[in-house]
Design a protein around this ligand. Sequence first.
Ligand SMILES: [Zn+2]
Length: 63
Amino acid sequence: MSETTPVTPKPCHKCGAPAEVVKAGSRRFWVQCSRYAGQGTCSAIGSQADNRKEAIANWNKIR
Ligand SMILES: [Zn+2]
C-alpha cells in the first residue's frame, strides 16, 4: 500500500500553470489548474476521487 505516487500534482497540461488540489468535504478531492474558474483562463480539471493521492494520480495521467 506504499506506492510511489507523487504528493504534488504536475503543472497544468494545458497552460503550464501550477495545479492545485481542491478538497470538498471529507472524501471529495480533485486537482484543477490554478487558473481555473477564478482566473477564468483555463478549463483543466481532473477527475474527482475520494482521496488526495488518487485525485493527483487522475490529474497526472491527463494528456
Ligand atoms: Zn491550466
